[in-house]
Each structure stands twice: as structure tokens, then as C-alpha cells.
Design a protein around this ligand. Structure first.
Ligand code: ZN
Length: 75
């Protein structure tokens, strides 16, 4: 199992996710982020807005995913 934190994945806290694959990791991070935003957590809301700003185009999103996958693979 590999570990990454919420913050490493564009989030706002040090919550640790454990996953075998990068896809699993991003899904965990996404679920956690949405849960925190639903709870009205301002820090995660800000982080999510920032992510949306970074991912204006599919190419930007692709680029972000590739970078994060590299980080994940290097763990
Ligand atoms: Zn978090």
C-alpha cells in the first residue's frame, strides 16, 4: 500500500490515504474532499476552488494527473 496525504493531492489537510493504485488514490482523495466540502470545511472548499482554477482545460488536468502519478510511482 502506498500513502499520500490530502495536501499532496491538492487538498487541505494531513489526512493520509492508503491505496495500491493511483486511480484508487485519486478516488479516495476526491471522496474525502467532497465530504469535507459538504461539511462546510472552508479550507477544503478553498483547495477545491484552487484545483478547479488549475484545471481549466482537459490538458491542464492531464498534466496535473501525470505529475501526481509520478509522485505516487516514486513512493
Ligand atoms: Zn483533507
Amino acid at each position: 500500500m502506498k500513502k499520500m496525504t490530502c495536501r499532496q493531492l491538492g487538498g487541505a489537510c494531513d489526512h493520509v490515504f492508503e491505496a495500491k493504485t493511483f486511480e484508487e488514490m485519486t478516488a479516495l482523495s476526491k471522496n474525502h474532499g467532497m465530504e469535507m466540502v459538504q461539511k462546510g470545511d472552508a479550507a477544503h472548499l478553498k483547495a477545491m476552488n484552487e484545483m478547479q482554477r488549475l484545471m481549466k482545460s482537459p490538458a491542464d488536468m492531464q498534466h496535473w494527473m501525470e505529475n501526481k502519478k509520478r509522485e505516487f510511482d516514486a513512493l
